[in-house]
Ligand binder design. Structure first.
Ligand code: AMP
Ligand code: ZN
Length: 115
């Protein structure tokens, strides 16, 4: 995907504050953090979102990286939340599969519909 901003980050074509990287995934700081810790974790290969027929082994590698990133960010013990906004109702804005890793404070309970 030539015009995908997260593909460009994955290929180090535009700058990002990289937290963790291996052959398959990369984690970097969200540009507009919503919580004290707000890191994005993505597969390097482009998928639009979770509905994009993703290779199961890659999904496993992506989820396996979540606690690794949490440990590197110092929130593994205190806890955190992961979110994967998917499609229009999920309010996805960047269509390259990503997991938000949110923490560093006690998060609100509410996950209800938008106003
Ligand atoms: P979503 O609404 O789930 O699609 O989230 C997209 C996220 O990507 C938002 O939280 C943005 O702040 C973040 N974002 C967009 N562009 C960049 C960028 N170049 N580097 C880091 N984070 C970004
Ligand atoms: Zn992409």
């Amino acid at each position: 995907m030539t015009d995908c901003i997260f593909c460009k980050i994955a290929h180090h074509e535009i700058p990002a504050q990289v937290v963790y990287e291996n052959d398959d995934v990369i984690a970097f700081e969200d540009l507009n953090p919503q919580t004290p810790v707000h890191t994005l974790l993505i597969p390097k290969r482009h998928y639009d979102n979770l509905s994009d027929d993703i290779d199961e082994a890659l999904l496993g590698k992506l989820f396996a990286a979540v606690p690794t990133v949490a440990r590197l960010k110092g929130i593994e013990q205190s806890g955190y939340r992961i979110i994967a906004n998917t499609g229009a109702h999920g309010r996805q804005t960047v269509y390259h599969l990503h997991i938000h890793i949110l923490g560093g404070t006690s998060l609100p309970i509410s996950m209800g519909p938008a106003d």
